[in-house]
Each structure stands twice: as C-alpha cells, then as structure tokens.
Design a protein. Structure first.
Length: 175
C-alpha cells in the first residue's frame, strides 16, 4: 500500500531476498523470479521506493561514481592555483627588481655628489635624482611598479639625496 513506510518496505524486501531459499521450498511460484538482478521496468506494478532502495543498495553513490572526476577537478584546481601564485610572485619579483635598478641609480648619483664642490655639478646631481624620480613615477602610473614599501623606501632615499644635494649647494654657494 502507498502508506507503507519506506523503511518497512526496505525491511520486507531484505527479508524476502534473505529467505528466498526457504520461501521457494514452500511457495515455488512466489520465489521463481525473486532475485535482485531484475529490471524494475518490466514489473506490472510500480516498485515501492523502500524496495527500490533495497535493490539499489549495492550501487555506488553519486560521489563514489564520480570520484575520478572530483579527483581530477581538485588536481586541476590545485595546479591552476599553484600556477597563478607562481605567476603572481614572479610578477611581484620583477617589479621589485625593476625598482632595484633605480635604487642603484640614486646611490650612484649620491656617490657622484661626494667630494663635489662645484654648484653646477651638484645641480646636475639633483637634476639626475629628479629625472630618476620622474621615471619611477611614470612606471608607477603605467602600473609597471607597485606602490608599496619598496617604492616608499626609494622615495625616502631619493628625497634624502636631494636634501643632501641642497645642503651641499648652499655650502658651495656660500663659498
């Protein structure tokens, strides 16, 4: 009957199959077709959901059926994530390396300033520092550099060199 509980239908189907041999001794016609390897579509009456659950009990679950697909998807996701992280880090390192070139230029300009007493030479060094700063700002605007701590340190260094230049210029102008 339609009001039969699924668990009860499952238990009945389970007992019928478990006791098929004993039942066939008493009712041969009843158990002639009683086995789990049958096509439910061939039945004249619809199969109860509880009985269907018993018949399908050994079939793999959705997850078990698709384990390979899930494993492949997870592997591809992990590989893609790793590749994206590697690309991000490489890009970040390239931008950092690009700033290092400008650090070197500022340090070279600072060294060039040492021992210079000529106002023109000191002004040339200051102009060189400003040129490098403008180039760095251009790269920053074009998004070839990150506005991060590296850039802040570069600006601090270049501004310090400009201040030192101005101090030396004042000394040179006073002489």
């Amino acid at each position: 009957p339609p009001s039969l509980d699924d668990d009860a239908a499952y238990a009945i189907a389970e007992q019928l199959v478990a006791n098929a041999q004993a039942l066939s001794n008493y009712y041969p016609l009843l158990t002639q077709e009683l086995h789990t390897a049958f096509d439910p579509g061939m039945l004249a009456l619809p199969l109860h959901p509880g009985a269907r659950r018993f018949i399908n009990r050994d079939e793999p679950s959705f997850f078990e059926e698709n384990t390979d697909i899930f494993a492949l998807s997870f592997t591809l996701f992990a590989a893609l994530t790793s590749a994206l992280i590697a690309l991000y880090r490489a890009r970040k390192q390239r931008k950092k390396d690009r700033v290092d070139v400008y650090y070197r230029q500022i340090i070279d300009l600072r060294k060039r300033m040492e021992g210079r007493t000529s106002l023109e030479e000191l002004q040339a060094v200051a102009a060189g520092v400003r040129e490098v700063q403008e180039e760095v700002f251009g790269l920053l605007i074009d998004e070839r550099l990150n506005a991060d701590d590296t850039l802040t340190l570069f600006l601090d260094l270049s501004n310090q060199v400009l201040k030192e230049c101005e101090g030396e210029e004042q000394v040179a102008a006073a002489q």
